[in-house]
Ligand binder design. Sequence first.
Ligand code: HAM
Length: 537
Amino acid sequence: MSEGAAKKEEKPRKFQAIRGTRDLLPPETALWNRVEQTAHEVFGTFGFGEIRVPIFEPTELFARAVGGETDIVSKEMYSFEDHDFSELEKLRTVLVFRSPDVFNAHSISLYRNQLAEFVKALEAGLKDPEKPIPATPDNQRALTDLQAQTNSIELMLQDFKNTPQVLQRFDLRVETIRQTLRVISFGDVLSLRPEATASVCRAYIEHNMQQLPQPVKLYYMGPMFRRERPQKGRYRQFYQIGAEVLGGGDAPAIDAEVIEMVMTFFDRLDLQGVQLDINSIGDRNCRPKYVELLRAELLKVKDKLGPDSQRRIETNPLRVLDSKLESEQGIIAKLPRIADHLCEECATHYAAVKHQLEMRGVFFRENWRLVRGLDYYMRTTFEITAQGLGSQNAVCGGGRYDGLVELLGGPPTKGIGFAIGEDRLILSLQESGKAPAQQGRDVYIAWMGERAHATAIRAAKDLRKAGFSVELPPSEQKFGKALGQADKLGAKYALILGDNEVSEGLWTLKTLADGSQAKYTEPDLLEHLRKQKALKL
Ligand code: HAM
């Protein structure tokens, strides 16, 4: 290899944020902080407390809550097996991919030895006192099957005659072993959370929150993970701000107050073009009948639908209503509407929610096609859009999910909540010019000389204590350069400290906007800056 080529190879790899993830940087993070701070304040006024749940949970939790057939669970989760058996897992891979030479007794015997080694380790792992391989029925069955297979290969080897029948039998045997090996799980299968409602319900059950005064009102904020195709407003790591009300009945006033809270929050942020859509998707009583009716109607027009909708006729006909395909809009408009098929209880509940929203002055639009992509919903569903977001314009989604806590092993509990896509909220605020400008420093301390340095350090400490943002350069600079630097950082003032200032005890303060300068004693300077800050100058 030439020297040039070797150098090229040595070049360190350039790392970049993974596709669909991104860094949030200043000054944008100031807006994120403002949004989050406002959420803490507004949700606090509605009596909500903050809950922080883990970033990962058993995959099973999300599969049960969100639904195994949903896009989120079936193809978008980041899942991994969490265990201490990586050597054993490697041996499994070897055994799965290995094809022993069936005409060679030695090769078969080697395979048998490796299998025996695996079986022994699996047996030990299942009994591990510290962190065992989970003794699931699948794993137990696999152990018994593999033990039997090892023994019968042993017998086969003993009367190994190279007869074709024996060889054929061995081939089949290897295939069965492969299948058995594949079902073994060495530890819990975990997933990065794609949403947080399931976790909040899990926490409600785990901490016996049904014994607290009901309803329990919780909110959360943080990253969620879905392996979607990234585009504007759609990321693989995105952030949600959400809230859940658990227990305490299903009074329509609860639904309305939750919606009122999000709208109040958006109002406080001055989010533009806010549009609230609501719907009722019925309950276990009336929805299945409507879904069947919808399916029957869809089957009649199946040929006119695109492949996605055709598939959904079988898996989830409600999702056809979500379709954005131009060619399907005319067909969908003629489909039966759920509002006409709600049972009496659901219809009454829906009417009362609408009345409650009106009482609160919350404007809404009824949207019979609003079905939502998660399985746990029933009755009230809602979505909020905002301006400047293009096709990914849902900035908040939510709804009622009575029965979810029970489904996760808890007591019968009513529930309703929402989650706001924080990335989209921020995007919309930025698009409508609500982003704060770059945050400059209050004071840049331009110092020269050792004595001045000591004074500058003390001045910085006092100014920061008083709440000013201060830039203290780590090494001496000529005053001209220091003032240039102060300008670039957007500082409001430069505090000039040289030998003269220190010996006179009079510090020079330069206002960078107009270039004016004045001298102050230390206490006067602090007082002056305080007054200016109070006047927001
Ligand atoms: P969701 O509709 O799946 O509902 O998500 C809520 C919001 O999160 C969406 O409206 C959107 O703003 C944002 N979002 C979702 N996926 C992405 C993504 N890939 N990139 C950026 N933003 C995204 C839920 O998650 C439910 N847990 C809401 C809920 C809470 N229902 C009851 N309680």
